[in-house]
Design a protein around this ligand. Structure first.
Ligand SMILES: Nc1ncnc2c1ncn2[C@@H]1O[C@H](COP(=O)(O)OP(=O)(O)OP(=O)(O)O)[C@@H](O)[C@H]1O
Ligand SMILES: [Mg+2]
Length: 260
C-alpha cells in the first residue's frame, strides 16, 4: 500500500519558486490500478515521481508497505526503485541495446549471472509477446512494441508497483487498447499495483478501478472510477468530463470553474 500524508512539493528555480503540489493525501491499495487524471501542469508527473523519489517532497510523508520512504538514501533507495517499475510516454529505451539487452539491463545492474538474466528476459519478452524480437533494436519496432519492451524491462526486478506516466499517449487508439489490456493482465496475473497517469478519460475508464482528479496541485476528488464518472463531486471534474462547466478568470485575476 502507498500512502501520501499531507504531501507538498515546491520547485525552486532561478525564475522563482513554483508550488506543484499541496496537501496531498492519498491511499493506493495493493492490487489497485489507480488513475491520476488532470489537465496539463496539474502536478500529475510530479506526484508519481515522488513515489520512487525521482523528486523529493518538500512537505509531508510517503509511506510504502508500512515504511516511511521519504528520506531514503543509498541502498534503501535502490531497493525502493527496484520495487517500483516505471514506464513513460516516450518509452525511454536504450537505442544502442537490443530488445533483450534492454530487458536484461536492470538485472545486470543488480549483478545477476549473464545466463540467468537472459533466461529471465526471455520469459518477460514472452509475457509481452515479443520474444521473436529479442535481437532487434528499438528503432526497428513500432511504438506499441517499444512500450511492451519498456513494460518487460520495468518488470525485470519483479516490482510490486508500476508507475505509468502517460504510457499510451504516443500510441494510436488500437495500440493503446492493447497496451492497456497488457497492463491489466499484469495487474491481475502478477498482482502488480499500478499507478496510471493520464489525461485521457477513456484510458481511466478502461483500466482504473479508482481515480483521483488533480487540479493545480490539489486532489479535488477521489473514488471508484464508476462513481466519479457517474456522479462527479467537484466542478473541476465536471469540466474535465465535459459536463457543461468551464474555467474562467475572476475580476481579481483568479481562476474559477462555472457553468457554461
Ligand atoms: N523541475 C521543475 N522545476 C520547476 N517547475 C517544475 C518542474 N517540473 C514541473 N514543474 C512545474 O510544476 C507544475 C506541475 O508539473 P507536472 O509535470 O507535474 O504536470 P503534469 O500534470 O504532469 O502535466 P502534463 O500533463 O503536461 O505532463 C507545472 O507548472 C510545471 O511547470
Ligand atoms: Mg506530466
Amino acid at each position: 500500500m502507498i500512502e501520501l500524508i499531507d504531501v507538498g512539493k515546491v520547485y525552486h528555480a532561478s525564475a522563482g519558486d513554483h508550488r506543484a503540489l499541496e496537501g496531498v493525501n492519498l491511499r493506493i491499495e495493493d492490487g489497485d490500478i489507480f488513475g491520476i487524471i488532470g489537465e496539463s501542469g496539474a502536478g500529475k508527473s510530479t506526484l508519481v515521481r515522488l513515489l520512487n523519489l525521482l523528486e523529493r517532497p518538500t512537505e509531508g510523508r510517503i509511506i510504502i508497505d508500512g515504511s516511511d520512504i521519504t528520506d531514503y538514501q543509498g541502498r534503501e533507495l535502490r531497493e525502493l526503485r527496484a520495487n517500483i517499475g516505471m514506464i513513460f510516454q516516450n518509452f525511454a529505451l536504450f537505442q544502442q541495446r537490443t530488445v533483450l539487452q534492454n530487458v536484461t539491463f536492470p538485472l545486470e545492474v543488480r549483478g545477476g549471472k549473464k545466463e540467468a538474466n537472459a533466461k529471465r528476459a526471455h520469459e518477460l519478452l514472452r509475457l509481452v509477446s515479443l520474444d521473436d524480437k529479442a535481437s532487434r533494436y528499438p528503432s526497428e519496432l513500432s511504438g506499441g512494441q517499444q512500450q511492451r519492451v519498456a513494460i518487460a524491462r520495468a518488470l525485470a526486478n519483479e516490482p510490486h508497483y508500476m508507475l505509468c506516466d502517460e504510457a499510451t499517449s504516443a500510441l494510436d487508439s488500437r495500440t493503446t487498447v492493447q497496451v492497456l489490456d497488457l497492463l491489466a493482465h499484469i495487474n491481475a496475473e502478477l498482482g502488480v499495483t499500478m499507478v496510471v497517469i493520464t489525461h485521457s478519460l477513456d484510458v481511466a475508464k478502461r483500466v482504473c478501478n479508482r481515480i483521483a482528479v488533480i487540479d493545480e496541485g490539489h486532489i479535488v476528488e477521489e473514488g471508484k472510477t464508476a462513481d466519479v464518472f457517474a456522479n462527479p463531486q467537484s466542478d473541476v471534474t465536471r469540466e474535465l468530463l465535459d459536463w457543461g462547466y468551464k474555467r474562467t478568470d475572476t475580476p481579481d485575476g483568479k481562476e474559477e470553474v462555472v457553468r457554461d
